[in-house]
Ligand binder design. Structure first.
Ligand code: HPA
Length: 270
């Protein structure tokens, strides 16, 4: 708690009265939303006390404060993954700081592999539920009672109203959005064909290596959450191929304008 407070106070001094209403976490290859921001202040993670520093090359590691659709937002350009060696506490640290800064709702994007055979590469999937297969979670250990309860409810993690709004926004903008269950695995290796089959059998529509820890921390604090996956590779038995990061980035880039529109319009209506 003390570290969270310290980081929050440091940031508050820099942003000088700016109070973000919404937090946005951008996933692999999905950073361009920041181009739509009227930036007020940008702070490198490296310059914030207690903040972990992002090691993934495709993430640039900045907290960006500004206006999106005339609403006050803070955007995490680059997130922390468990596979980078951070503790779950570190992975969710920025979300906890966001809450202290006044953030009321969280928007999350990620790149994910498609398990549902009706999906295609570069589809968007609004997350309606999740399965946590990370080897840990951020709520293990002494409960931070100041943040939320010991046993937070997980029966309605993803805000239903925002899911429905997303469908309407996509329809108005004339593109298709899928809905589905996201399973979070530790990575960093991609899955074997047998693992993809297993993940599909247990009920997942998309698989990725992020999002669920941050979402658990947000829900612990009572924050409504909206999350969307960009399907960057198809993982059904007939469509598995060797995946390299450049393919993932390419597929993410194709979907990025739609994802950006979706989040911007949700923020406008939030
Ligand atoms: N598996 C796990 N994470 C991913 C994948 C995948 O196939 N694609 C993008 N992120």
């Amino acid at each position: 708690m003390q570290q969270i407070q310290e980081s929050t106070e440091h940031i508050k001094k820099i942003i000088d009265g700016f109070e973000p209403e919404f937090g946005i976490i951008l996933g692999t290859g999905l950073g361009a939303l920041v181009n739509e921001l009227e930036v007020v202040q940008s702070i490198s993670y490296a310059d914030i006390p207690n903040f972990p520093v992002s090691t993934v090359e495709s993430h640039s590691g900045k907290l960006i404060f500004g206006h999106l659709a005339e609403r006050r937002v803070v955007v995490m350009q680059g997130r922390f993954h468990f596979y980078e060696g951070y503790s779950m506490d570190q992975v969710v640290f920025p979300v906890r700081v966001m809450k202290q800064l006044g953030v009321k709702k969280l928007f999350v994007s990620n790149a994910a592999g498609g398990l549902n055979p009706s999906f295609n590469t570069s589809d968007l999937m609004v997350i309606t539920d999740h399965i946590n297969l990370q080897p840990s979670n951020p709520l293990i250990g002494k409960n931070l009672d100041e943040l939320g309860p010991r046993f937070p409810d997980m029966s309605d993690v993803y805000d239903e109203h925002m899911v429905r709004e997303a469908m309407v926004i996509a329809e108005d903008a004339d593109f298709t959005v899928r809905e589905g269950v996201y399973v979070s695995v530790p990575g960093p290796m991609l899955e074997t064909p047998a693992e993809y089959k297993y993940l599909s059998i247990i009920g997942a529509d998309a698989v990725g290596m992020s999002t669920v820890p941050e979402v658990i921390a947000a829900r612990h604090m009572g924050m409504p959450v909206f999350a969307v996956s960009v399907i960057t590779d198809m993982c059904t038995p007939d469509r598995i191929k060797k995946v390299v990061l450049s393919d993932i980035l390419e597929a993410a880039a194709i979907a990025e304008p739609r994802m950006t529109l979706l989040i911007r319009e949700l923020v406008r209506r939030a």
